[in-house]
Design a protein around this ligand. Structure first.
Ligand code: ADP
Ligand code: MG
Length: 701
């Protein structure tokens, strides 16, 4: 059985045609039959019961009745004009009322035939009536559409005006399912269907649009969720398997002189237990002969950078070059300064390459990369320009990768015959389910322990009325020799009003903390790089005590002496951003504080975000809450491609199915060569079909 019929363009379906076809494409991304069938209802209304008019009271939710119209009249003048149809079930009467589309409704209704009416009862002039009910002839065809559980589809005004309201869409589903009867291929192998006790693919599609019972609906949902997760995980786990088998990695077999010297002489502290464990995991990868693809997750300040440095030293000891990519110039500069500082007494060549590096210097760097004399290159995406050629790049470290596109990573790859080992560092903790779906092709290491001696950051929520007290607190902290961040929201760096807020805030701070006793830095994304850098440096050197900034300081800035983070309009920030910002303090030995300033009016979500921040500093816990609030699509700018595939799956609720699916696939891949065994051919067929599917492609462009 092939997918040709499911691939058929939607305009060919009876009842669609070119105009509705265009509307379906434009508003619902429905391009072919398959897109339609996987456009699932978002809820169901129970229409199993028919009511007698005398049973109906205004407090009831939706009710359904069968009966006839006895009169159809337009009443009232201009503004109050409405259509009133008297409806009877043979026993009592009830008014059906329309305020809109009066002329059209009047034409389409008639006295005599039997109708099915469905709507919400309300009280009007001490009588019950129903405004704008759904009404249709009681014909066998319409009865089929009125199944016990009536699906409800998302639609839009534009679609409704073309007759594609929820009923219209359901009608199309019915037509498509009839036309495709017996022609919907099964996409899972028998063995798995049996093992997981699943409905067949076509039964499930039929039942999700026309559920004969609640039980069948649940089975259908379960099957279709299973399937979504199955193909998502299959792709990732196959890719991982393939990488492991196929790509020879450079073998870094020894720990050599540089690593040992650094470890013995220059490492300023003991590794934490978590750092040691992660180093072991990385070393196993590097010695395995396979290419490493590892995600290193750890909260801000957990010591990922040090792990990266140690890994780089191993690469260098084995005769290879390494590079570290950062998402912003500020971060690249900071990494460069940190690493240069830590390696200053060692015989290694390390350079920084960003957009601001001058041509002459750039040429020198290019040359040193090509002749192999440069050991470590740090930079922004200037690193993946075509001109940059390494002699023998063996390891790439990517910091905060969620800001690097997948394609950018691919470009880096092409610079070698053999792919370099890749270590991705992420300070955005990702809930387990998301990690499995987004990074299912990567191995994951987690640093779940902070370096010793850190005191937990104390977090408080304060309203505007406490500002004076907050300023007093800041003065006390400065008197103790500490430094302060005050962050303003600037969601889009171009928003003028936000920038105005920032400058107003800056003026207030300068007045409250006047010279010569106090000095204040200001940093935002609209500044020239040099100016920004100068302001930043003043703060780093301790020449200024307060830094007023936007979220440009979110990532990576490391000033251990800064102990207070004040976040203005904290309700406007997302959870992961708040967490990142808070991570800027608590880096030294002193007790640190985070103060979340908000107005009195907080949305429900805003309140949950603030409460969560006050309650916990655990990044993974915060990420779970974030996932629940925002849904996976919006999560912290993580790699999106995985989650868009899910139409039914909810990563918060469906964790169990996900784990189950994953375990089944891992077992399957161990036992079978799916590409060689004809019993599993349907898996590849379906994956290919989904990839080629017109809808999916046009969605990308
Ligand atoms: P991350 O990159 O995970 O945010 P960093 O590597 O920047 O964290 O480390 C944060 C701070 O903690 C740095 O000042 C670093 O020198 C220090 N640090 C890292 N590992 C340890 C350790 N094992 N013991 C003490 N301090 C450490
Ligand atoms: Mg870092």
């Amino acid at each position: 059985m092939s997918y040709d019929k499911l691939k058929k363009p939607i305009e060919y379906l009876k009842g669609v045609g070119p105009q509705r076809g265009d509307a379906l494409k434009k508003h619902l991304n429905i391009f072919c039959y398959h897109d339609l069938l996987t456009y699932y209802p978002f809820r169901y209304v129970d229409r199993s019961k028919f009511y007698q008019i005398r049973e109906i009271t205004p407090d009831m939710p939706f009710v359904q009745m069968v009966g006839r119209l006895t009169s159809i009249e337009v009443v009232g003048q201009k503004q109050t004009q409405r259509l009133v149809a008297k409806f009877t079930d043979g026993d009592e009467l009830i008014d059906l009322v329309w305020f809109k589309g009066v002329t059209w409704m009047k034409k389409s209704l008639s006295v005599g035939p039997e109708y099915i009416v469905f709507g919400k009862p309300t009280e009007y002039n001490q009588r019950v009536n129903i405004a704008h009910p759904e009404i249709e002839l009681n014909t066998p065809a319409n009865r089929v559409l009125n199944t016990a559980l009536q699906p409800v589809y998302n639609s839009s005004e534009a679609l409704k005006s073309r007759g594609l309201d929820t009923k219209g869409i359901l009608k199309l589903q019915q037509t498509a399912l009839e036309e495709l009867k017996g022609a919907i291929p099964e996409n899972l192998p028998d063995s798995i269907i049996k093992k997981a006790a699943l409905l067949s693919h076509d039964t499930a599609l039929q039942a999700i649009h026309f559920p004969p019972s609640v039980d069948m609906l649940n089975k259908a949902k379960n099957r279709l969720k299973f399937e979504e997760l199955f193909f998502n995980q299959l792709k990732l786990l196959k890719a991982q398997n393939y990488n492991k088998k196929q790509y020879q990695g450079f073998v870094f077999e020894k720990v050599g002189e540089h690593f040992n010297t650094f470890f013995k002489e220059y490492l300023p502290f003991e590794l934490t237990g978590a750092q040691k464990r992660v180093m072991k995991e990385i070393r196993a990868d590097l010695g395995s002969g396979r290419q490493m693809n590892r995600l290193l997750q750890g909260d801000v300040g957990s010591g990922k950078t040090l792990v990266a440095l140690l890994t780089m030293l191993i690469a260098i000891d084995n005769g290879y070059q390494t590079c570290l990519m950062a998402p912003t110039e500020i971060l690249a500069n900071q990494h460069f300064a940190t690493l240069q500082g830590m390696l200053k007494d060692m015989d290694l060549n390390i350079a920084l390459l960003t957009g601001s590096v001058k041509k002459a210097q750039r040429d020198v760097i290019h040359k040193m990369l090509e002749d192999g004399s440069l050991d470590i290159l740090i930079g922004t995406h200037a690193l993946i320009e075509d001109k940059v050629q390494f002699k023998n790049l063996g390891l790439v470290v990517i910091d905060e990768q969620h800001r690097f596109g997948v394609q950018q990573r691919a470009r880096l790859w092409k610079k070698n015959d053999r792919p370099p080992h890749i270590l991705i560092m992420s300070a955005t903790p990702i809930p387990r389910t998301l990690a499995m779906t987004l990074y299912g092709d990567l191995d994951v290491s987690i640093i779940d322990e902070l370096p010793p001696g850190r005191k937990a950051i104390s977090t408080a929520h304060r309203f505007e009325s406490s500002r004076i007290t907050v300023f007093g607190f800041i003065r006390e902290q400065i008197a103790l020799g500490r430094q302060i961040y005050i962050v303003y929201p600037l969601i889009e760096e171009s928003e003028k009003s936000d920038l105005k807020n920032l400058y107003e805030g800056y003026d207030v701070i300068c007045r409250e903390f006047p010279r010569p006793d106090y000095h204040v830095s200001i940093v935002h994304g609209k500044q020239k790089a040099a100016e920004k850098d100068a302001e930043m440096q003043r703060f780093v050197k301790g020449e200024t005590q307060i830094m007023v900034a936007t979220t440009v300081i979110e990532v990576g800035v490391n000033v251990p002496n800064a102990s207070v983070m004040v976040i203005e309009n904290a309700e406007r920030f997302g959870l992961s951003q708040l967490h990142q910002l808070r991570g800027r303090v608590g880096r030294g030995a002193d007790q640190s504080y985070c103060i979340l300033m908000t107005g009195y009016k907080l949305s429900a979500d805003g309140r949950v975000r603030i409460d969560t921040m006050v309650r916990t500093t655990d990044g993974f816990e915060i990420a779970e809450v974030d996932l629940k609030l925002r849904g996976p699509g919006d999560m912290s700018g993580t790699r999106q491609s995985g989650t868009e595939d899910f139409k039914l799956v909810n990563l918060v609720e469906d964790q169990k199915i996900l784990s189950y699916v994953r375990s089944i696939i891992i077992e399957l891949l161990k036992k079978e060569d799916l590409d060689a065994n004809p019993s599993y051919k349907m898996l590849n067929d379906y994956a290919v079909f989904c990839q080629r599917n017109t809808g999916v492609w046009s969605r990308i462009s």
